[in-house]
Design a binder for this molecule. Sequence first.
Ligand code: AHM
Ligand code: MG
Length: 343
Amino acid sequence: MSHRSYIPGDETRLMTIQRYIAQEERMHPEATGEFSTLLRNLALAAKIVSREVRRAGLVNILGRATTTNVSGDDVKKLDVFANAMIINALESGGQLCVMASEENETVIPIPEEFPCGKYAMLFDPLDGSSNIEANVTIGTVFSIFRRVSGGCRGTDEDVVQPGIKQVAAGYIMYGSSTIMVFTTGNGVQGFTLDPTIGSFLLSHENMRIPKKGNIYSVNEGNRLFWDEGFRRYIEYLQASDSTDGRPYKSRYVGSMVADVHRTILYGGIFAYPGDRQNPQGKLRLMYEANPMAFLVEKAGGRATDGSRRILEIVPTDVHQRVPVFLGSFEDVTLAEEFIAGKH
Ligand code: AHM
Ligand code: MG
């Protein structure tokens, strides 16, 4: 793997997000700087959310760092806080025409008092909600499109575009360290937050997902509701055959960001299939599946809904759900074959 680690004290290798973005921009003389500013503002919001996540268990004792109120009752839930923080950090920058969030039923307009710009952003402010209280890894997911509607203030049209049109996508994972992983369509880069200097430093350069792995990641509690093809696929992975790495290991955090991050690094498959109870699965196309699909493809993997490339799905609703199978190219291809009844 070509992951380059940040070695403390080795200043010659220090690449902050700011430097990286500036460097990318120099390669595109037509760039206006709007996009770089957007990513910088996002990184700033990520740092603030990260700080709050790190203090999560202390909030009722000490109060949230950004509120004056220390009475636990008034402290907003962490996901609501993250949502407000991201909106706050990005709405006034002048790069966005509209936003959409998992937390908001309708699109989030850019207030009239702020300038508007040529990008639209969707995000899930704090994904993995069932893990928040348990001190388990959670994350923020984002997806950025170019504005396609006529006016400067965007509309639904700008946030309901096929994933293939994304200009950037990524996630921030609040795990044992905080890492921001993103692609602007040209490789996948990971920057780990050094909390002592407050900067994201390039730690995972040009991430590539192995062609095949030996881990599957799915909520097996839903097994009884799965389609026959997918059930047989998982049984196949559980069967023993030392020539091709079976039985696979099972790993499931229940936070998509963590499960996808591990899948990109180690390979294998992450799935949230549709089933008899929920034919479209659980995950949301626009701010969960699409950005992850874009990253996984740019890292050399594959992401489908069982038969179609996720990025090619033409969306109709900002909150629509989609079955998800993503990860190593060979693993996802085999899953699709089982689903299609070929095995
Ligand atoms: P959330 O947006 O309410 O946090 O739900 C999304 C999360 C994903 O992070 C994760 O992959 C999935 O839900 C886990 O669902 P389940 O608990 O059904 O396995
Ligand atoms: Mg979510």
